[in-house]
Design a protein around this ligand. Sequence first.
Ligand SMILES: *[C@@H]1O[C@H](CO)[C@@H](O)[C@H](O)[C@H]1NC(C)=O
Length: 802
Amino acid sequence: MGDSSGPAMLGYDRLLQFPAVGILFGPVGLDAAATQTQPVSKLALWVVALNLGIFSWFKAEYGMVGLLLGLTPLLLVAQKCLGYDRRTLSGANPMIFSAFVDTIWGTTTVALFLIGVLSDWDPRLYAFSTIPFVGVLIVFVTLTHQSSRSFRSLDVEETVGPLSARVTVVLAIIIGTQTYAFGFPKSGIWSILTLGVTKAWTWYFMARTAQHSSWRTAGAAGIFSMVATIDPSIHSSDTQAFLHLVGSLIVLAQTIHIIPSHPKAKSALWFFSLVPIVPFVSNMLDIRTAQSLLIHSKNHPIEALVRNANANFETLLKNQSTTYTAAHHEYVRRYGIQPPPGFEAWFQYAKAHASPTIDDFNILYSAISPLWRLSGQEVMDAMGRAYNAPHSELWLCEFSGTTAQTSCRHPYRTRDRSIQLFFNTALGDLQGVFPDINIKFLVNHLDEPRVIVPPNSDSSTRVSGQFTLTNLSKQPVWDVLTRFCSTQINQAVQQHEGQEIKAEQPSTLPFITNHSTALDLCQHPDYKTMHGLLLSPTSLRLFEGLVPILSTGSLSTMGDILYPSPAYTEPEFTYSKDHDVDWDKKRNNLYWAGSTTGGYAVNEQWARFHRQRFVTLAQNLDKRRQHSYLTEDEDGGVSLARSSFLNSRLFDVAFTKVAQCEKWYCRAQRQYFRLKPRAHKDAALGSRLVFDTDGNGISGRFYKLLASNSAVLKQALLREWHDDRLVPWVHFVPVSQGMEELPELVSYLTSTENGQRVARKVGEQGREWFASALRDVDRNVYIYRLLLELARLQDSTRSALL
Ligand SMILES: *[C@@H]1O[C@H](CO)[C@@H](O)[C@H](O)[C@H]1NC(C)=O
């Protein structure tokens, strides 16, 4: 092949892979001095092939940039050490910019600038990227060294045959190993072939570029193609996007400057500045357009939701009983049964500690009452058998009324996730309150809820408290967990009668108006494929039957007795004022970082797990997805506008760890998401809006976020003990499982004056309410009342209620 074939190949190449613009620099150097050829050693060819293989593999696997941005200064060092200087060849035109091309400090500065703008500092990732980095450095230096005496002696035309044969061998070995480890690649054969051919051309032209100028040119062009084609819309700030553009242009300038060519040909290369400029400008325009559509008036449906919720909350506060007689009366009115023995002492305790909630313990009652179908003795028997069932994963705790101490034991575990400590702290005040009686209870060790209670009509399970225990780990559980839905709907309607919070249906976006309806699996068949716990729970071991088990969270169809998670008291999850920031100093965006827990990925369904769906949305990874926004018409009406645009400036969201997956699906997730380095535990507090969603079980960081100045956007399918006292749109902003409303919600709360006011107010109300309704003593009040109910439940003189 002669030089004349260059332009033809150029066209073909552009057709294949436009982003690999680095290769287009190849032919520019063609007018440089003709090459002198020299045979290349076989060893050198193998070294080059091997390192090309390693580099390609890393790039494909991790898509990493990292240290590669530092290639230019290192190639310069290499060249200087090997004893020649490019300038003697190119006759470079002296200009100030030369410092950034020809000096080590100048090129290092540029490299550090790029690293600062484009990469999050993650030591693991950098340690990893040394491998491909060293690989590509060896490729360049080997070839340069070959030719150190007679510069530019590697003749690509001549070595392309033997070299590509070796590269093919290396790649075949890599692909073989990969197939062995992960199974056959899932992408189609055509895309693999196209990509392969494109990459081959890229390397070929890189080599030609190097041949006609220097490897530094190839390196710089490679970096330009890498940097300039990073999507500017992923940046979380305007500044970062702008610096990214500046960085791309500097690298282009470097590349152009290194190339030994006529000034005229060089200026033509500035054409490539469009590669970073066009996406940058287009992204800025998109952001402008989205901002122009925002609703600035009070006609936004969120305003009405907030108004209604605040009014409802006021009513709730006002309606709590203030005397024992009233509390007693209210208990009987709600549940049609006398309160448990000791209720008066409990009331005095709650009142003495200024508990803002006296009557609203429905979540507790609804879990306890189905168990009355067993007698006190049957309850005790069922607990004993459940504890002893193989792999029950239950702690059996015993509270001594005399000492007010609780001791817990497990068939084989010793570390109890702070359970015993938690109960000792919570019940420490109760010495002598339950004279001479011991109360036993089972506490779930796992994150996932445990119990499904068959309806009353199902007589087979009632008989002396029979139950089954099934390992449902890593399999879809929707059908099991919703099989009693038809009967439960009726019960739920009865229970919530008279308390249903009414809110006007605001628009076609699914803003949550009623929290308990939103959690109800029976009313939402679509949840079947929307949550990790329903699709592939990590360690669900389900009891089906009447067994009292304390869990920290449970689904609407489940019968676990809820108690405050001991995790909330652990240092990692407690709020510290020192790490919080004033509202005005917080970044005006939505923050979330975490790992891929929530479900165990054993197949492609991971994409439907709740956390994965959220990050996919917030990182706008599904480019075909249409988002819904609200706009205001001339006459003040609100209507929907659809757009595939999502303003990434408003989202600082990423996975920091891929976990709970089989290797193929770990790899798939690593490649799909833009991972970030592990964040500081209080990093969220730097943002005005903080997202919170379920993990395998409840999210332990919720209270920290609630206690802070930030506003919490809470998405949950799991119920918690506090659901009776936290009010959506007052203390937190609820987010639906489908999240169709999230783009509009975040735009409104960050980018309009009214929305910012709402966000700030929710942040403040959440913080204040946390300080008066979710104090340690509030949890004690709850646990105390729970203990009363448990004592009555297991009272051996109580007979079954039918
Ligand atoms: C439960 O099932 C999962 C998945 O089939 C399995 O990995 C695990 O070992 C089982 N656990 C027990 C205790 O049998």
